[in-house]
Design a binder for this molecule. Sequence first.
Ligand SMILES: [Zn+2]
Length: 378
Amino acid sequence: MAQKRVLKMKRGPRIICKIFITLVIIFLILLIAFLYVKHKITSAGYSEEASIRIMKEFKIEYAVNNPDNKTLNRAFESSDYKEKYLDKYKQVKFFDQEHLIKNINTLLDRGYSTRDISIILAHGNDNDVTEFAKKDMVKYLEEFYSYDFAKLKNYDRYVKYMDEEGDDEETTIIMVNLDLDKDNYDTPFDVSKDQSLTVLANKHHELGKNYVPNNLVTVKEEYTKDKDDSIKGRKEAVDAAVEMINAAKKDGLNLLINSGYRSYEDQKDVYDTYFKLYGQEYVDKYVVNPGFSEHQTGLAFDFASGSSKVFKESKEYDWMIKNSYKYGFCYRYLKKKEDITGIKTEAWHFRYVGKDVAKIMDDGDLSLEEYYAIYIDK
Ligand SMILES: [Zn+2]
């Protein structure tokens, strides 16, 4: 009978094997613990990257007790993270900006509250905030930035303008945002790509040489003052003008169009003619430089009365003041808005902006510049 053989491992390798198994078990336990904690942190809304930092810094409880906080998450992800500002980060409203945490640190160093910092971040992009953070702490932050259309990058200009002009904050912000603290035609804003019905053309907003409005159509002779077949405008504006003229007719009035779209070249001819006749001072005051005229948008018309030579004294003018907004037009160059529009009052010049915008402008007594500053340019 064969002797039963018992395979026995030698003592040395047996111990090594036991140690190895123990290590594997310890490793597995640690791994499970690690994954469990990481899961807990990510379930609280933190990214993988942030959760590694949170564990390293032993801020697990803190993170879990402050879930879904995007600023805190970004702070944990960032190499600019500073432990001393941990409680501050969570109070700052999140804005997705590249140097967010670095800028928050600088602003905190300068003594701003977290509320101030949220205001600062809300009114500029990453670059604006970075530039702003270079300044010493400033005054009037709340005063200017309680307006949502106030721009961080314009802060110094607001202060300068308010000191010089003594206007209130809201007026100051509107004037500066419209570049009215600069000279006419000085570094104008390029609107050459703007084909919207609210495109703003003035001495600080340039359409340029190549701006031609979409959908130019001819106004039928019967609606023009001189039975003219060459007056053009953007289709939306011409249709609205015709609707308005027909409505005025029902009220017994004879409203007519005197002028519409003017190309860059047309405006240049006008400018050159007046320049030769009366010189620089005259054109600076009364003629808009080519590329800056609202007539180039195809959305502006000069109106006339069929019964009175002076439009301002006509019944048609009175009717337009009361009713033009219902057809999407605004009275563009009012006497009281001359400082904002930069144009001497013109009774005959109306601009199509669409019915909704015209209503808001009429209700709020706003020029197109003010409408643009408050509602469009945020
Ligand atoms: Zn005009």
